[in-house]
Design a protein around this ligand. Structure first.
Ligand code: FES
Length: 298
């Protein structure tokens, strides 16, 4: 596969790996120290979507407003416009801190090229953030033109960082729901296993029409079925730990309800695809649920 310009760039910068080797274990330790509730907040489990891309809208929007207000200030010299420029710059800078925390949390699982790209993204964003703070200080101490220049430099560097962030999503598939690219499974009930091969408390992977399905029997005796491949980074859920009627992914500990597919703990934020089940003539049959079919990428 041909390499993109950004991939060639991160390959040419070996110091990115050295930084990652130093920093990543510390980030993992810091996030883990907050416990599961803090991890779920940073990962966006409560938001039902990755939090980092949403939070980046705040600095991008506020700093773009600063650019416009600075231009209007130069053109009109109005004091209110000048205050608006300073306020939007301060708002964007505060928002960037939140985006940085969630971005570091997302980066803690990465390896290889995506980890290096993540370091480059973080370094560029740090430069952009520092320059916006410098700009705030210069403005507050009466050196407005120097403050505007520092802001412009920071805004440009943050734009480059945003491009690298886009590559992380669109090229490396970071925080993308992996289940969406799986086959949907059968649209009619299809036998997959003898009923007596799934005891209460069991969990078994079966393949049907090109899709891996995780069958389980709940503590109440119900036969349940969800996608066997974790939607976070394709971990094999059949190798995970069962805890009551939930399963914990063996790769990064996302926890899902075995019957509804709902996310209980992140880093996954999307529910697992769910399958309908029924028992017929001693066999367990499954079929894709309507929401799986609607969600499939065409
Ligand atoms: S692959 Fe990351 S939690 Fe499952």
């Amino acid at each position: 596969m041909a390499e993109t310009l950004m991939q060639r760039l991160v390959e040419a910068l070996p110091f990115l790996d050295r930084i990652a080797d130093e920093v990543q274990p510390k980030v993992q330790e810091a996030v883990e120290a907050g416990g599961t509730p803090a991890r779920n907040v940073l990962d966006g489990v409560w938001f039902e979507a990755p939090l980092h891309p949403a939070l980046t809208d705040l600095p991008v929007g506020a700093w773009t407003a600063t650019l416009v207000f600075d231009g209007l200030d130069i053109a009109t010299g109005k004091e209110q416009v000048r205050h608006a420029a300073d306020a939007s710059l301060a708002l964007g800078t505060a928002g960037a801190l939140g985006a940085a925390a969630t971005g570091l949390s997302d980066w803690r699982y990465l390896s290889g090229g995506s980890r290096r790209a993540g370091v480059l993204h973080g370094l560029l964003n740090t430069i952009g953030l520092v320059l916006s703070v410098v700009s705030l200080v210069l403005r507050a101490t009466g050196r407005r033109n120097a403050g505007r220049l520092a802001f412009l430099a920071g805004y440009s560097v943050s734009g480059m960082a945003a491009h690298v962030g886009g590559e992380l999503s669109y090229h490396y598939g970071l925080r993308v729901d992996r289940n969406v690219f799986e086959e949907t499974g059968p649209d009619e009930f299809t036998p997959v296993l003898n009923e007596d091969e799934l005891a209460q408390g069991d969990m078994r992977r079966v393949e049907v029409e090109g899709v891996g399905v995780l069958l389980s029997r709940s503590q109440g005796g119900e036969v349940c079925a969800i996608a066997a491949t974790c939607n976070h980074f394709s971990g094999p859920l059949e190798e995970g730990e069962r805890e009551g009627d939930t399963v914990v992914c063996p790769l990064h500990n996302s926890r899902f309800d075995l019957c509804s597919g709902e996310v209980i703990d992140g880093p996954a934020v999307f529910p697992q695809s769910r399958y309908e089940t029924r028992l017929r003539e001693g066999k367990i049959e499954v079929k894709a649920s309507a929401e799986n079919i609607q969600e499939q990428v065409t």
